[in-house]
Design a protein around this ligand. Sequence first.
Ligand SMILES: Cc1cc2nc3c(=O)[nH]c(=O)nc-3n(C[C@H](O)[C@H](O)[C@H](O)COP(=O)(O)O)c2cc1C
Length: 414
Amino acid sequence: MKVLLINGSPHKKGNTFLALSEAAKTLEKQGIETEIVHIGVKPVRGCIACGQCKMKQLGRCVFDDDICNRISEKLDTADALIIGSPVYYGQPNGSVLSLVQRMFFSAGEKVVNKPAAAVCVCRRGGATAAYQTMNMPFEMMNMPVVTSQYWNIVYGREEGQAALDTEADSIFERFRQRYGYELDYTNADCQKDLDRLISDLVASEYMGGLTEKAHEYGLRTWCEPYAHSPFPGNSITYGSAADEVAAEFWVNDRKFRKKEVDAALGAASHSGKNRVWAESFTDGSWDKSAQDDWSFEKLKPIADRYFHAGINATILHVVISQPGDDRQPAVRPWFGTFFDRRSRHADDMKPLVAYLRRCCFMLQIGKPVPGTTDQRMLADGTRIRFTDESLFEVTFPSGQQEHWNPERVEKMPR
Ligand SMILES: Cc1cc2nc3c(=O)[nH]c(=O)nc-3n(C[C@H](O)[C@H](O)[C@H](O)COP(=O)(O)O)c2cc1C
């Protein structure tokens, strides 16, 4: 099997050549013979629609004074074709267009049904338009177009700069380095391998990279690690790469958000996180009166259901534009947790917030004290008793009774 690669750039060893060489290297690793032919720097005339090639059934162009027929001859022994072009003014360059139009018109039977691919090299822009233009003749000649991850586009200006566009060719190298074997497009499982690579990169480079960068600036990442289709990541792996993971629950949701809870719990347990957050009591309903129709009794069971499923940290996203004091109750931003001073139910929310704080604290810390319903014990013997007035009292092993001391509690073993 042989693939003919046409370098349509006037630069024999320029960026288009580099891109084609990468493709040739990969093909050769698969045992496929390749030949890169250079279009040269001499003029390639355009088709003048004289029709002589057709009338006389020449199988070649009547004009024999440029490279066109030399390349047509090579198509006799080629089983597939790759054409590379630099981008000139958002198009394939003139010589490539002239060559393809004359070659396909005069010797079209040599390319019909043979797989083909285009490669475009540009400095900055116009590559997708050029790429589409180059694929048009293939589609017209019944040539199956060989596709790729992203399009076959490489960036570079001066000769050799395309080699700096590592993203274009490094996917193969990354795959080899990670999994120790070659990404093989002839293998039916190739797509699965590629999906796996992308999913792993989402975890290590996208989420992991973001977390690493955040740490440099003293920040932490917080992620709702859903991999709902068509997101190409895996909840467990990319959630694990964040500092904190979360699910979500909405006030008007009748269904239990199992997928989201599973994603957050899975990621937390995989990466040894004690805390599993939920974006809590989100509301986006347009029915403003419904937003104001909340009470402790209505909201508590929603939270309980998620606490029961494993959530142990709630977050209320209230810090979005709040209506001014002149607004009436029920005038709200459209999305968020509508706990604010203008709520008719504001008074009812105070015990709810206290309840959430208490539950989250209890569910994250220590173990229950046997025989009690309101006490938990930490590994060093510190006891926490939940009270009505101050939420909880902490008794340290020495017997000394202290009230809530956030600094001390923060340092307690969990
Ligand atoms: C006449 C001309 C027009 C060009 N037009 C574009 C363009 O529209 N967009 C772009 O990104 N680069 C443009 N370029 C830059 C080339 O596409 C780029 O330098 C490319 O790497 C050249 O590939 P080569 O080394 O294989 O010749 C143009 C270059 C020339 C000479």
